[in-house]
Design a protein around this ligand. Sequence first.
Ligand code: AP5
Ligand code: MG
Length: 220
Amino acid sequence: MNLILFGPPGAGKGTQAQFIVDQYRIPQISTGDMLRSAVKAQTPLGVRAKAVMDAGELVSDDIVLGLVGERLSSPDCENGFILDGFPRTIPQAKSLMVILEGLGRTINHVISLDVANEVLVQRLSGRRTCPECGKGFHVVFAPPKLEGLCDACGGKLLQRDDDLRETVLNRLSVYDQQTLPLKNYFIERGVLRHIDGTLPISDIQQQIRALLGVGSGDCP
Ligand code: AP5
Ligand code: MG
């Protein structure tokens, strides 16, 4: 099962990806997470990407395609994958189709999480992430059991550098200009599935389960 999670910053792509990984045992490929790892490790690519990410702009297609192309040929993607935050431009989508064709694969579903901008700003300003294991929280909508600490590993939760209000507003505008046109691209290919991203997290999970069927995480 080869999936794309599609939607604006804060739509809940990462949140639902965690659920799909657990239920369906396929890996999450998040270009945002891969870039943040490169920034943290201060690799040459990470150093170049940091300024772009902090400004809320998109990293170049070449860089991102290099990351994803390699990852998709890994053995753990054999039974499927979840692309989160990729593709984000028409050239990225076209290149993805070429890569998949070379691997003899195709995209089964593009799950589009639709959420209004004012809700997105609220979500991103309250988001907290564990730098140790990557688990995501929200101070109001998905709070950790102990304030400021990750439920899964006890790591100290942090706010992302690009979740500052001004950067968030630019990320939303970049999304409208460069990423939203992809919806038509996916509609034309008959793979776009809409889910109301303003529903509670568990209701969205139920809708994803209804779309994808029972996962191996449901087995006893
Ligand atoms: P990336 O990391 O991909 O960020 P994004 O797309 O902006 O999306 P977010 O991760 O901010 O949101 P999300 O949809 O995952 O929401 P989440 O589940 O966390 O990209 C970051 C940057 O990297 C880009 O700006 C760009 O510079 C670069 N980049 C990455 N990919 C690129 C590419 N392909 N090309 C070029 N550049 C690229 O949820 C948000 C919050 O809301 C959380 O606190 C969560 O708990 C809460 N929440 C989630 N769902 C719900 C719900 N249903 N109800 C209430 N609260 C909810
Ligand atoms: Mg995310």
